[in-house]
Ligand binder design. Structure first.
Ligand SMILES: Nc1nc2c(ncn2[C@@H]2O[C@H](COP(=O)(O)OP(=O)(O)OP(=O)(O)O)[C@@H](O)[C@H]2O)c(=O)[nH]1
Ligand SMILES: [Mg+2]
Ligand SMILES: [Zn+2]
Length: 308
């Protein structure tokens, strides 16, 4: 049988077959995998799998094969810096949930997420949640982010998950697509998923004073169906978005606003640092490229240099 992975605990998988039935499934013995990527998780939510049914009292699925991925989103494994963790496979869009207050997402984190999505050819959008909590100084940050990321070509959706009325544009954007929800713990990913799917009541963080700090409420990635068509993948919060195997020379390609002008750099291996005739630096001077994004680019370039 063939099916689609809806949930992964790392050892058990929830698989839906093409008739709509759900199966608890696991890997037993050798499994065929088409791709050669060393990852901590061989199967991710969104994977298409081939499986058999084994019946020893209870019927369970035995996964035999993961079929070729159309794409996937990946980060460095938090447990092993030399390995990858596949966050989800076969997605149409990567949505980063951020918040400016409680907790604050850094632009460095946002940029790393966007770079990864670009590198894996996945359209990305940014949601700024918890706008109901914004004070004046936060409003300025929101405006800045809208300017920075808008100019880079990304859509920014300011929302308050608690207020369904703020979600209509975002809900329209999600229709008919499979969208990965990612972001720090506590930004409101699961709250948003619940709001988009009436009747769904997945666990969200209960506000409980000091004791709840730093705890992840969602522990496993899971996919849900939208009533109007499309799917959402809720994931556990991530602390860092570690970049994978990038060469210094390719980094600027993953900044769409740099990609658009770098063909005009004098040198085709230009790193956009101190080279003469650099079109990227000129665009920063002319304010066609945001200085914040350029600073972020240089910082990430330096981190790649260190790694080598
Ligand atoms: N004020 C306010 N609180 C919100 C909003 N959205 C979510 N919250 C609260 O933020 C807390 C965290 O929400 P969750 O949905 O559990 O966050 P999460 O991103 O799924 O967190 P993890 O599962 O740990 O990754 C909960 O107490 C929510 O009620 C919002 O728009 N405004
Ligand atoms: Mg959650
Ligand atoms: Zn250049």
């Amino acid at each position: 049988m063939t099916g689609l992975v809806y949930k992964s605990t790392g050892s058990w998988y929830l698989v839906q077959d093409w008739e709509g039935n759900f199966w608890d499934a696991r890997i037993k013995g050798k499994m065929k995998i088409d791709e050669d990527i060393s990852s901590t998780n061989p199967i991710a939510v969104g994977d298409n799998v081939v499986f058999d049914i084994e019946d020893d009292g209870v019927k369970t699925g035995i996964i035999k094969e993961v079929t070729d991925r159309h794409n996937y989103m990946v980060r460095v494994s938090p447990h092993n810096k030399n390995q990858k963790h596949i966050i989800a496979a076969n997605i149409d869009m990567a949505l980063l949930v951020t918040s400016i207050a409680d907790p604050r997402t850094s632009t460095g984190f946002i940029d790393r997420f966007l770079i990864t999505a670009e590198a894996y050819h996945i359209p990305a959008i940014i949601v700024v949640n918890k706008t109901d909590l914004l004070k004046k100084k936060h409003e300025d940050v929101l405006q800045l982010w809208q300017e920075i990321y808008g100019r880079a070509g990304y859509e920014v959706y300011p929302v308050a998950a608690k207020d369904k009325a703020t979600l209509s544009a975002l809900e329209t954007k999600l229709l008919g697509k499979t969208t990965l929800f990612s972001g720090h713990s506590g930004v409101g990913k699961s709250t948003l998923v619940n709001q988009c799917i009436p009747g769904l009541d997945i666990k969200t963080k209960v506000v409980s004073g000091w004791s709840g700090k730093g705890q992840h409420t969602t522990t496993f990635a899971e996919m849900f169906e939208l009533p109007g068509g499309g799917k959402i993948i809720d994931t556990p919060g991530v602390k860092e978005f570690g970049l994978i195997d990038f060469e210094k020379e390719e980094l600027s390609q993953y900044f769409p606003e740099m990609r658009a002008v770098m063909k005009d750099c004098k040198f085709n291996n230009c790193l956009h640092l101190n080279e003469p005739g650099c079109a990227v630096k000129q665009a920063v001077i002319d304010k066609r490229i945001s200085e914040d994004r350029y600073v972020s680019y240089v910082a990430i370039l330096e981190s790649i240099e260190k790694k080598w």
